[in-house]
Design a protein around this ligand. Sequence first.
Ligand code: ARG
Length: 460
Amino acid sequence: MKLWSGRFGKETDALVNDFNASIQFDQRLYREDITGSMAHAAMLANCGVISREDADAIQAGLEGILADIEAGKVAFSADNEDIHMNVEALLTARIGDAGKRLHTARSRNDQVALDFRMYVRREIPVLVGQLLELEAVLCRQARKYQEAVMPGYTHLQRAQPISFAQHLMAYGAMFRRDVTRLEDCGKRLNECPLGSGALAGTTYPIDRFQTAAALGFDAPMGNSLDGVSDRDYALELLSDLSILMMHLSRFSEEVILWCSWEFKFIELDDAYATGSSIMPQKKNPDVAELVRGKTGRVYGSLMGLLTTMKGLPLAYNKDMQEDKEPVFDAIDTVEMCLPVFAAMLDTMTVRTDNMRAAAGKGFINATDCADYLTKKGMPFRDAYTVTGHLVAACTAQGKTLEDLTLEELQAVSPLFEADVYQALKLENCMALRGSFGGPAVAETTRQIAQLEAFIQAHTK
Ligand code: ARG
């Protein structure tokens, strides 16, 4: 019999029973549900709404249920619809009337809002921890490759010389923002919906500040309708995870390119690559491809929940039961991607020789050539044009800028002197880019050190 069967004259249709139930997925919230109920019962007793004996019986009963669930001894039932009613039914079966008093001054609407919020709050440090591990890998690898010249790209065309460390630290900066975004979400969500009731609060003399504090919240939510209707925290988490996956996906794309014979800037460890069932020579970057692929799935979760929420009148609507699976799936997906991606990067072999060879082609020192003339007094725009002509001539002759003789260079501008060859040397081109945030070793060292300090400050 349903907990809410009082006003019904018929049993629920079996199809509806299964259709309506969420226990298959919301059982994941059992710990939050029980913790929330314990705080609620204690507060009810403190406020004189239920007796101390009942509160103690509820506390002991819930502890027993928690232990049994964790020991795998509890079979949840779709007849009890969701985790909230499953726990309440178990409690009442175990302790009788006291169990029936637990739901005083509470609704499943504020209960689910609380449980889900606490679940998201609990996962944020897990995600942050994984991001910091990835950051640590990036720092380690970057420290090794601060002098490794590689072509930096725009439009996927070789553009200007950078170091591999500089490239890795760009991702370091992105993941750092992901950390602070998640932490931000954690701060904003930390208000307690419990005590909002079904939507309109309650007539009992409850103390919402007490439950908020007991459950580690900064304050109770200030409006009971908002308390049960708000899923911003879930949407914020999903959007943070979507941005995070976008970063991982761009990185994956580069790993995939870098593994190709066209680039061969890196080689993945055999343990982090896969073969082909037909082509004996193949070593595929499946991990990076799957991370890139799973990005779509996380975006889907965000789009799905945004769409679910967009037309809902206040306050609770059953549509909102659809909030959990996308959030669970997105969290699971990201928590699967981050460690495997970090391990893949940690174990890769970096082919600095191929990076250097690629940097040698494609005129990535052309800007430096123009800058050389500019520093000798030519207006930059003219220097740009002169260099453009030199590039065209070199392309026609299959040469690089530094292959040109001083006479050939001086034929286009008398400002060229013997020191131009030092200015065109890729190592120098990179080393001289010492502007704040640039690829010069002093700057990558600063970037790495700052990221390491960030990791330290966040690993307590
Ligand atoms: N299982 C429900 C959910 O996930 C719990 C809240 C149900 N509330 C209600 N009024 N039917 O949203």
